[in-house]
Design a binder for this molecule. Structure first.
Ligand code: FES
Ligand SMILES: [Fe+2]
Length: 453
């Protein structure tokens, strides 16, 4: 494999070596450490197609707003005075300052902090400060003074996505089979799902793809999270009434599990749950079976983690965590973490859900610091250019993966590109492959377009 990023422009395929016929799947370490490659993936992965922006329940009222990003581009999500959602680049047409300086709130107008141009909730400029005195040339009347709307903005059952590239497939087509997993979250209540107020934003000093992989990495659980395992075991043996994810979900090899990759880089894993009764949702099981059928209700009670490529992830075990990745540099990533729950959930179950979320997922919880620490450890290890340029981290499960759906995918009505199922101690690594195939496809397409532009 080539190790020098100059060669990338000629051969991006050198960075993901993928040969299903010979059972080879290798990712070059420059993918995690090369700033030139980071620049290319921002342009061609994050800023060339759909990315997740926010959930609509984060801005429920007319005039609510929220700051978000498409790759490196600052975005303002805003409801107008009639409650209509809009998405704009948060960039002043005057000299480029961000007109909205806050994370979220409710506001009729945004006043640019630099020279005071003022924008309404539809992104229209309603005031150019001291315009009459400005001796502007006559053609200034025709200048476009509004906040630039995103080229594409769409809502999938409450999940808001945007693209600054107009040339993308419709959102539903982009989501492909992963929409079944978004449905699994939305359908937990007949009224839909909401982001529970509160959020954690934190950073780690490592590449964003460490998180991309880790969310679907069942292999790390027992070794990276020993404190959690010990505490879970102590609780289970009478140390506490409180229950979270059951330890048997991860250490009993007889428990069935599976993984799927989908078109456009999306992927999911599932693990059967040994003790579904620890989940807030369990109390609604009979009603769920009646409303959406046994197959879908059973899926909701499994441990299910999934990626909506490239920047949205869910971990659904006892509670539901929604994570949004925001790459800041090749070796620095911001994580945005939210707790989701079914609308109309009884108070005691909502309290339990929040407790489970804080216990496991919070940046100060029992799992997240372990994960961030190992990402940073890997990033430090990637500096070792004297060692092999290719890791051995994408091979588990290769002899088990099949093209197309397995039996459980058929039951769910899914059409994945690949499936892998079996005992949970296989802890498959082929589930990452789909995201890297899409990463490579986008890089190649982007470089081709740049070469002919
Ligand atoms: S940069 Fe916004 S008013 Fe000047
Ligand atoms: Fe973890």
């Amino acid at each position: 494999m080539n190790a020098i990023n100059d060669s990338l422009v000629l051969a991006p395929e050198s960075y993901v070596r993928d040969n299903p016929a010979t059972g080879v799947f290798e990712v070059h370490r420059d993918v995690y450490r090369d700033p030139a490659l980071f620049e290319l993936e921002m342009r061609h992965v994050f800023e060339a197609s759909w990315v997740f922006l926010a959930h609509e329940t984060q801005i429920p009222q007319p005039l609510d707003y929220l700051a978000s990003y498409v790759g490196r581009q600052p975005v303002l999500l805003q409801r107008d005075d009639r409650g209509q959602l809009g998405a704009f680049l948060n960039v002043c047409p005057h000299k480029g300052a961000q007109v909205c300086q806050n994370e979220s709130g409710n506001r009729k107008f945004h006043v640019c902090p630099y020279h005071g141009w003022t924008f309404n909730s539809r992104g229209e400029c309603v005031l150019v400060k001291d315009r009459a005195q400005g001796a502007y040339p006559s053609h200034f009347e025709q200048a476009n003074t509004r906040l630039p709307p995103l080229a594409r903005f769409a809502n999938y059952r409450g999940f808001l996505f945007g693209s600054i590239n107009p040339d993308v497939p419709p959102l539903k087509e982009h989501l492909a089979g992963i929409s079944t997993f978004l449905d699994m979250i939305v359908d937990q209540s007949q009224h839909g799902t909401e982001v529970i107020p509160g959020r954690s934003y934190y950073t780690y000093d490592a590449n964003w793809k460490m998180q991309l992989e880790n969310c679907l990495d069942a292999y790390h659980l027992t070794s990276t999270h020993p404190s959690f395992m010990n505490i879970a075991a102590s609780r289970a043996s009478g140390g506490s009434q409180f229950r979270n994810i059951d330890i048997a979900d991860f250490v009993d090899p007889a428990i069935p599990s599976g993984s799927y990759t989908f078109k456009h880089g999306h992927a999911a894993i599932w693990i059967e749950t040994a003790h579904p009764e620890v989940r807030p949702l369990y109390h609604q099981y009979d009603a769920l079976v009646k409303r959406i059928g046994k197959v879908r209700a059973d899926l909701m009670l499994k441990t299910v983690n999934f990626t909506v490529f490239p920047n949205l992830q869910f971990s659904c075990n006892a509670c539901i965590q929604m994570r949004v990745m925001r790459p800041l540099a090749v070796d620095r990533t911001e994580m945005r973490s939210f707790c989701l729950g079914p609308k109309g959930e009884p108070k005691d179950l909502r309290k339990l859900r929040i407790h489970q979320f804080e216990d496991f997922f919070n940046p100060t919880g029992l799992a997240t610091p372990d994960d961030s620490r190992v990402y940073e450890s890997c990033q430090a290890g990637f500096a070792a250019r004297g060692g092999p340029a290719v890791g051995l981290g994408h091979s588990r499960g290769l002899a088990n993966v099949i093209s197309g759906p397995d039996a459980y995918a058929n039951e769910l009505g899914l059409a994945p590109l690949t499936s892998s199922s079996g005992r949970s101690d296989m802890q498959d690594e082929t589930v990452f492959h789909g995201s890297y195939r899409e990463w490579l496809r986008r890089l190649q397409a982007g470089l081709r377009t740049e070469a002919t532009a």
